[in-house]
Ligand binder design. Structure first.
Ligand code: EPZ
Length: 421
C-alpha cells in the first residue's frame, strides 16, 4: 500500500454526536523532541501523537546519533552520543519543522548543517528571523549550494528583537540560548502555548527561562542540561477542528483532554456564529441547533484567531447564513483550499489577503484534493455537511497532523472511510 495514494470517502449529512479525545499537540511535540538534543541525558515525552511529522522527527534524531524507544503515545530519547551535525536533505525537505534542529544542535555541538526547510505549500516559508537570532548569539552563518551552515565555538547571550513574533524563530532562539554564556532576552516573542510548553520542558532539564507566553522571554545560560520527563499539552488545533466540525454539522460533541483557555479564540467565534461552547471540567461541550450565521475572522498571532484554524473556519462559513469575511494575516498564500471548496459549490471570492464567503444553503459533494494539512482537513469538514459523496485525495497531508482522523469522526457518527489504493 502506498500511503501517499490514500483517499477519504465521505457521505455528508450526519450531525456529529459523542465524545472525542484530543491528542498531544504536534506543534509542541516537535520542538520538545528537538530540544532533547541539548542534553546528554535520557528524556521521556508522553502524550506524543502518532503522526507522520513525529515519525520524521524521530528519523532525524536517530540519524544524528540519538537512541529512541517508542510506545503507543510516548518516546524516550537518549541523546548522550550525538554523532553528526548534518540533517540529510531528504528529511529536511519533507518537513519544515526540522528547522527547529538548528538551535538545539548549535547549542549542543557548536555546529549545524542543513538544507533550506520544506513544509506545507502555504506560501514562502523564510527563516530569516531564525538566522538573525542565531547570528545575534554569535553564530557564524553561511549559505552555500542550498545548505545553511551555522557554527559557534560558544554562543553568547544577546538582546534580540523579533521583527515578527515567529513561533519557530522564538523556539529556535530559546533552544540555542539555554547553553549560551550569559543572558538572552527575546523581545516581540511568539506567545503561543507551544512556546510555553517548550519553556517548561527546558526548565525541567535545568534551563533557566522565564516569560514564555508573554512577548518578552529571558534565558539565563547554564553549562549543561539533564534528563526530563514531560507530557506535551493537548493539540489546540485538533481541538478547534473538532469544535468547528461539531458546530457546522449541527451536532453535540464532548472533547476530552483540552485546555479551554488555549481554545478561547475559536470558542468566542463559534458563539458569535450561534453555536454553544461550554467547558465541563477538563472537557469542552460543543453543540449547535440549525444553521450558523456568518461572522468575520482575521488571523493573528496567539492569542488572536489561529491561522491553523482558517481553512476549517472557511469550510464552516461556506454554509452559514449571510456573508463572512476572512483576513489571513499570517501566511501569504493560505487560500489553496478555496478552489476545492468552490468545486463543492462554495461561493468565495479572494481579494489579496481577504476571502469573502457568501454562505450557501448546502454544499455538494465532489472529488477534491488536499494541498496541505489544514486545507485538507477543511475539505473533510466540508464533506461532512455536503449533499452526497465527497472524495478527498492526497490525504497524506492530513496524516501529518491528525492521528486517526477517520476513526475519530466515524466514532462520532460521520460516514467516512479511508480508500487505500
Ligand atoms: C508554526 O510555524 C506552526 N508549525 C504552524 O503550524 C503555524 O501555522 C505557525 O507557527 C503560525 O502559528 C509548527 O509549530 C511546527 P511562524 P512557523 O514562524 O514557526 C513568517 C500547522 O498547520 N516568517 O510563526 O513556521 C512566515 O513566513 C503548521 O501545524 C518570516 O518571515 O510559523 C509566516 O508568514 C502550519 N521569517 C509568519 O512569519 C521567519 O524567519 C509566521 O511564521 C519565520 C517566519
Amino acid at each position: 500500500m502506498l500511503p501517499g495514494m490514500d483517499k477519504f470517502l465521505i457521505t455528508g449529512g450526519k450531525p456529529l454526536q459523542g465524545t472525542v479525545r484530543i491528542a498531544g499537540a504536534k506543534n509542541a511535540t516537535l520542538p520538545v523532541m528537538a530540544a532533547t538534543l541539548l542534553s546528554p541525558g535520557v528524556s521521556e515525552i508522553h502524550d506524543v501523537p502518532d503522526l507522520r511529522d513525529v515519525r520524521k522527527m524521530k528519523d532525524i534524531l536517530t540519524i544524528l546519533g540519538a537512541k529512541i524507544e517508542s510506545g503507543p503515545s510516548w518516546c524516550r530519547v537518549d541523546a548522550s552520543h550525538i554523532t553528526s551535525s548534518q540533517v540529510p536533505e531528504r528529511l529536511m525537505r519533507e518537513m519544515r519543522s526540522s528547522v527547529f534542529i538548528m538551535g538545539a544542535l548549535l547549542g549542543r555541538q557548536g555546529a549545524v548543517k542543513l538544507s533550506y526547510p520544506g513544509g506545507c505549500a502555504i506560501g514562502p516559508r523564510p527563516i530569516d528571523l531564525h538566522l538573525k537570532g542565531l547570528a545575534s548569539l554569535g553564530a557564524r552563518i553561511s549559505e552555500r549550494h542550498g545548505y545553511i551552515i551555522a557554527e559557534a565555538k560558544k554562543l553568547q547571550g544577546s538582546d534580540i528583537h523579533l521583527d515578527f513574533p515567529s513561533v519557530g524563530a522564538t523556539e529556535n532562539i530559546m533552544m540555542a540560548a539555554v547553553l549560551a554564556d550569559g543572558v538572552t532576552v527575546i523581545r516581540n516573542a511568539a506567545k503561543e502555548p507551544e512556546v510555553v510548553d517548550l519553556q517548561n520542558f527546558l526548565n525541567k532539564m535545568g534551563a533557566r527561562i522565564r516569560g514564555a507566553g508573554t512577548d518578552t522571554i529571558k534565558i539565563e545560560g547554564v553549562s549543561t542540561l539533564g534528563s526530563a520527563s514531560h507530557n506535551v499539552i493537548p493539540d489546540r488545533i485538533e481541538a478547534g477542528t473538532f469544535m468547528v466540525a461539531a458546530a457546522m454539522t449541527g451536532g453535540d460533541v464532548y472533547l476530552e483532554n483540552v485546555i479551554a483557555e488555549h481554545n478561547e479564540p475559536v470558542t468566542a467565534k463559534l458563539r458569535e456564529a450561534g453555536a454553544f461552547v461550554e467547558p465541563v471540567g477538563d472537557k469542552v461541550h460543543v453543540w449547535a441547533k440549525g444553521r450558523l450565521t456568518a461572522v468575520d475572522v482575521k488571523t493573528l498571532p496567539y492569542p488572536g484567531y489561529p491561522t491553523d484554524m482558517q481553512p476549517q473556519t472557511m469550510a464552516m462559513l461556506s454554509g452559514a447564513a449571510g456573508t463572512s469575511v476572512i483576513i489571513e494575516n499570517i501566511f501569504a498564500n493560505r487560500f489553496k483550499h478555496v478552489d476545492e471548496l468552490r468545486r463543492m459549490g462554495a461561493q468565495i471570492s479572494i481579494e489579496g489577503r481577504a476571502a469573502v464567503i457568501r454562505g450557501v444553503e448546502r454544499l455538494s459533494g465532489a472529488a477534491v484534493e488536499a494541498s496541505d494539512l489544514r486545507a485538507g482537513v477543511a475539505l473533510v469538514l466540508a464533506g461532512l455537511v455536503a449533499e452526497g459523496q465527497t472524495v478527498v485525495d492526497h490525504i497524506y497531508h492530513i496524516d501529518r497532523g491528525y492521528e486517526g482522523l477517520e476513526h475519530k469522526l466515524a466514532a462520532l457518527g460521520a460516514q467516512v472511510q479511508r480508500l487505500q489504493k
